[in-house]
Design a protein around this ligand. Structure first.
Ligand code: PDD
Length: 281
């Protein structure tokens, strides 16, 4: 596929970054994952607003405008003729002659973007969608700024791998008995018809899908609540979902080997699935 690197479009195999790049040495960078549906960027302004917050969070100011970022994305969509895809956009603090922890006075950031096809989601959920996924819970070993979409994802990878080695698909992350999100998605539960998700804090990413779902629910008169979810409450939930730009809304039907609800995607999930598919295009 054709990727973007520092102003150039080139085959992804030829996109090379210096070994002294601070992204490589320190994980000093941030990223976004932006969905493309029917050739159009979905919730683009919100993704770029979050990118700007992440950049501010690591004190890396950039002069690119919304239009500049959009141009990069549109070039990738066109060059790769993809209609249903996700764009990965990453900015690191750049490469310098020496490995030095101090922030450079005049940074020259590395901008990289690539595009990956997304599976076509059908208007009617597949058996596989309905079956849902299986998760475990584990202590959140990440840092105190999970609201920044940082490229330093070692803890996320370890926690995801832990799930795979337990025969599960993902891990819900818990701090002091409270569940916040999963390794690459936000957490929702449903109880008595009310959609509940943890409030924004430094312990979770302000998910664009999370925000969209809260808005969608309100539009359809479904009650929502933003409050902390104790780990033990997960087992009492009628439904559990994980949400992200690439997974959309994924029902969780097993938690630590216990069945959630009746073991398949629940009715509120089904409603939200329909609303989501309708508004995607
Ligand atoms: N991950 N929480 C974490 C830790 C995430 O990494 C993500 C997204 C989300 C959901 O955010 P959004 O709805 O804006 O995609 C929540 C992306 C998709 C990734 O790392 O691939």
């Amino acid at each position: 596929s054709i990727a973007y690197l520092n102003g150039q479009l080139l085959p992804i195999e030829e996109a090379k970054v210096p070994a002294l790049d601070r992204g490589f040495l320190f994980g000093d960078g941030v990223y976004e994952v932006i969905p493309v549906y029917a050739g159009r960027l979905f919730r683009f302004k919100q993704h770029i607003a979050r990118l700007e917050n992440s950049l501010q969070g690591i004190r890396l100011p950039m002069e690119q405008t919304l239009q500049d970022w959009a141009n990069i994305c549109h070039q990738l969509i066109e060059q790769n003729s993809l209609n249903n895809a996700s764009i990965y956009l990453q900015i690191t603090r750049g490469a310098y002659p020496e490995r030095n922890h101090d922030f450079p006075a005049n940074p020259s950031p590395t901008i990289f973007a690539m595009i990956t096809a997304l599976p076509e989601v059908q208007a009617v959920p597949s058996d596989r969608d309905l079956q849902g996924i299986s998760v475990i819970t584990a202590e959140d070993i990440r840092w105190q700024r999970c609201d920044i979409k940082a490229i330093t994802l070692l803890a996320n990878c370890m926690l995801k791998q832990q799930a795979l080695e337990c025969g599960a698909n993902d891990t819900i992350l818990v701090r002091g008995g409270v569940a916040f999100e999963a390794t690459s998605s936000n957490l929702f539960i449903v109880r008595d018809g009310v959609i509940i998700t943890p409030p924004l804090s430094e312990h979770l990413l302000p998910g664009i899908t999370r925000d969209f779902l809260l808005w969608l629910a309100e539009q359809h008169g479904i009650l929502t609540e933003q409050r902390l979810i104790p780990e033990h409450e997960l087992l009492q939930a009628d439904e559990i979902w994980l949400t992200s730009s690439t997974k959309e809304i994924r029902p969780v039907t097993r938690l630590n080997d216990v069945t959630i609800g009746n073991g398949t995607a629940g009715p509120v999930w089904r409603q939200m699935y329909d609303h989501y598919q309708q508004l995607k295009v």
